[in-house]
Design a binder for this molecule. Structure first.
Ligand code: ZN
Length: 413
């Protein structure tokens, strides 16, 4: 699948090495330093293209963009892979509801997503892989799981025994009852007749009438969602055999911890004998005007709609990163108005001929980001500098700060 155009990260001329990045690992619930690597492997779950990018999606991709930028600025390479679930029940349901062809719907929404990512200056993945193009990969992974004795049929569908991995349940920290409840709420089918365990998940769905299917050794059908990500991550990130985990960072929104990431981790553990990721990172949810933002409530705010209404994409980016990625937060018109004013104030300071000390501000931004992406503190340091500069402080170089904001925060101001 075509990704989107690359975004250049300007080089920073720093006089000392950047601190090690610490991130909160959902598996341990602790803030941990990421291991120093020449090459990092990061997988972030992509969208199901029945609706373009809402602000919750955007916040998630911005979180991993900040990680990507930080690690690259330290001089490391980052292999970044993202999938796109271009065949799944929600896509077919939406296409049916709107009486449109599912492929046309997917193509139009993927195009919109790419445009949104370009506007928000998100660094593209090295591999952007659709479920449809990964079908051979997925069926090969299912065959490997089958050889490990972890697959069984219900009718013509295939299910994976999640408890095959002793790690199952250790990412989400949920009890079995809690898992069953959430599984049912998020598209799972814990009460389905014929299951060995209620939490086993679908890996191959035989073709249904009037639905698409692809031929495979498992019959004609389509992949389940979890195995799609597991197979794509393990293939395209090219895990290094010498490392103790297959990849360094697996990420997504916090609503993916269970069942999606828990089940991917279980499948990957069976396939490789190793933990999938060293660090599991999850971005919190964005609500609207005091309510959860969700497709069922019909209150999603879309990036493309804001942009076509004339909102500056850098203001959207600023507004989303001005609060911490792990904090559930609200969007409202006031948030946008506030961000617009704050961005204008920083731009005003950056345009001055003489500005306050900038080296300390850049160091402050780097230090804040190194501490679990503390973007509120990073932005506070910049705003404090802006006020002092507007009030006559001198001794800095606005161009250097502007370059650092571009490289580290992705803000082209
Ligand atoms: Zn995924």
């Amino acid at each position: 699948m075509k990704s989107w155009p690359d975004v250049a990260i300007p080089l920073l001329d720093l006089d000392k090495p950047m601190p090690t990045l610490a991130l909160t690992n959902s598996k341990t619930n602790r803030k941990e330093d990421v291991l120093t690597r020449e090459t990092y492997r990061m997988y972030v779950c992509g969208i199901t293209p029945y609706d373009a990018t809402h602000l919750g999606h955007a916040a998630t991709y911005l979180t991993f963009d900040l990680i990507n930028r930080y690690l690259r600025t330290t001089g490391s390479d980052v292999k970044y892979v993202q999938n796109i679930t271009d065949i799944d029940d929600p896509l077919l349901e939406r296409a049916n509801r709107d009486n449109v062809d599912w492929q046309n719907l997917a193509t139009s929404q993927i195009d919109l997503f790419r445009a949104d990512m370009v506007h928000l200056r998100v660094i593209p993945p090295n591999h952007y892989i659709g479920a449809v193009e990964a079908i051979d990969l997925v069926t090969a992974s299912i065959s490997s799981l089958e050889r490990a004795g972890t697959i069984y049929p219900i009718g013509d569908d295939l299910y994976f025994k999640n408890y095959s991995s002793p790690q199952f349940g250790k990412l989400s920290h949920l009890t079995k009852n809690e898992m069953a409840t959430i599984f049912a709420e998020r598209g799972g089918n814990p009460t389905l007749q014929g299951k060995v365990d209620p939490l086993d998940c679908l890996v191959w769905m035989a073709q249904r009438p009037n639905e698409p299917g692809w031929p495979s050794v498992h019959g004609k059908g389509r992949p389940g969602w979890h195995i799609e990500c597991t197979a794509i991550a393990l293939k395209y990130l090219e895990p290094d055999e010498r490392q103790s985990t297959s990849i360094d960072i697996q990420g997504g929104g916090s609503d993916l911890i269970f069942p999606h990431h828990e089940m991917c981790a279980s499948q990957a553990h069976v396939l490789t004998g190793k933990e999938l990721a060293a660090t599991y990172v999850h971005s919190a949810m964005i609500g609207l005007d005091g309510e959860k933002m969700s497709k069922s409530k019909g209150n999603l705010v879309f990036v493309s709609k804001l942009i076509s209404a004339g909102v500056d994409p850098m203001v959207i980016r600023f507004a989303l990163i001005s609060q911490h990625y792990r904090k559930d937060r609200m969007w409202s018109d006031e948030v946008l108005v506030d961000a617009t004013k704050r961005v204008a104030r920083i731009r005003e300071a950056l345009s001055l001929n003489s500005v306050g000390q900038t080296d300390t501000v850049i160091a402050g931004v780097i230090n804040a980001l190194s501490q679990d992406l503390d973007t509120p503190a990073a932005i506070y340091a910049v705003e404090d500098w802006a006020e002092q500069s507007i009030n006559g402080a001198t001794g800095g170089d606005a161009h250097n700060l502007s370059t650092a904001l571009d490289a580290l925060l992705g803000l082209a101001l």
